[in-house]
Design a protein around this ligand. Sequence first.
Ligand SMILES: [Zn+2]
Length: 125
Amino acid sequence: MAHSYHHAVSSARKWGGRPEDYQPIHDWLDGSKVILADFRHRALRHHSEGCFAAEALFGITITNSAGRAVPVRMIAEQHIIEDLGCIPSFADWVRCIKPEPWMGRVGTRLDAEQTDATPTEGPDA
Ligand SMILES: [Zn+2]
């Protein structure tokens, strides 16, 4: 499993500048290792929506230390392709989740206080 630093070195090779110009984006993509130490952590951000989420978080482009604007989505795509060989959709990951009964449970009954509650906010409140 590639370390986020090695992805950053690869970004610097591809677009110029220094690895640290790209490190925050690669750290964010692999930040899900905090919750799962094996490759399954990638399900959280290594997909097309993750590329757009990175863009929303870091902006459309970053300007590297060589003064070049680099699209954030392209940096995320580079990372994911280096890890997976393609950019899956989130649906591709979800298809691999084995459904368990608790995932589709109807749920517990709402208590009476919640079901009888009337809105306290809004134009008439
Ligand atoms: Zn990764």
